[in-house]
Write a protein that binds this ligand. Structure first.
Ligand SMILES: [Zn+2]
Length: 259
């Protein structure tokens, strides 16, 4: 494995017509991925795909904060899934106040859903895959309180990091990594964080099928395009691309305990 995309949605129907070809391109480019669940069904599908794939694939299981507000975190159902050896993280979970009316009820609903999954991750000694949108201060407060309670056993990655350097440093201080998508190939507002990050706190991802990097912009995204993200991280930092490639792999191995 030369590249790792720690956050893809290969389990969505966007890949139903040509998933085999996508997997073949991953094999060619020596790319592995972690497939992310957003509810129980897509989590099951992630585990199924991780189980039979001939390429390095793992699964992350959990419930997204706003994908479907009717969804709860059914501990018993997820318990059965979490025992699968290919399950390496819990999520994507977190808080999302973008395009949502931030009522007291809604905030309480999202916080409970998030805390349920933090408890579950601790119980299973698995890292969290955190989703946040317009909610970094709130996510920081919850994680900092949880770290005070659980210590370094609580760990994870802030997917699609979009905060500033001071916020990033608070996550890094807790041992949380920050990951970046193809958006960094065409938007410059992530450069400062990427440039100033300790290399061991960065991760590469695609969030495929969404947000394809240059030169695939506007097309459906896929895990093998993570090569463009890794190249860009190296370019922004002014570092040798092979060093960054190796770091992305070893960072993912450390966080997700994958072989
Ligand atoms: Zn996602």
């Amino acid at each position: 494995m030369k590249y790792i995309d720690i956050h893809s949605h290969l389990n969505t129907k966007d890949f139903d017509t040509d998933r085999e070809a996508v997997l073949a391109r991953m094999q060619e480019t020596e790319t592995g991925t972690i497939i992310i669940g957003t509810d129980l069904e897509s989590s099951k599908r992630a585990v199924e795909l991780a189980d039979k794939a001939g390429v390095p694939i793992w699964a992350c299981i959990g419930v997204h904060p706003v994908d479907d507000p009717a969804k709860i975190f059914d501990v018993d159902a997820f318990e059965a899934l979490a025992r699968h050896p290919k399950v390496v993280a819990i999520g994507e979970c977190g808080l999302d106040y973008f395009r949502i009316e931030k009522t007291e009820e809604e905030v309480a609903r999202q916080e409970k859903l998030f805390l349920d999954q933090i408890d579950f991750a601790i119980a299973h000694d698995l890292p969290l895959m955190i989703h946040q949108r317009d909610a970094i201060p709130e996510v920081l407060l919850i994680l900092e309180a949880s770290v005070r309670e659980y210590g370094p056993k609580l760990r994870g990655d802030i997917h699609f990091f979009s905060g500033d350097l001071a916020q990033a440093e608070r996550f890094w201080n807790m041992g949380f990594t920050t990951s970046f998508t193809g958006v960094i190939t065409f938007a410059r507002n992530y450069d400062e964080v990427i440039k100033n990050a300790p290399l061991e706190m960065l991760m590469s991802e695609t969030d495929a099928p969404w947000i394809a990097p240059v030169p695939y912009r506007g097309k459906r995204n896929e895990p093998s395009y993570v090569t463009e993200v890794v190249k860009k991280i190296a370019e922004i930092r002014g570092e040798n691309v092979e060093i960054v490639e190796k770091a992305m792999i070893s960072n993912a191995k450390r966080m997700f305990r994958i072989a």
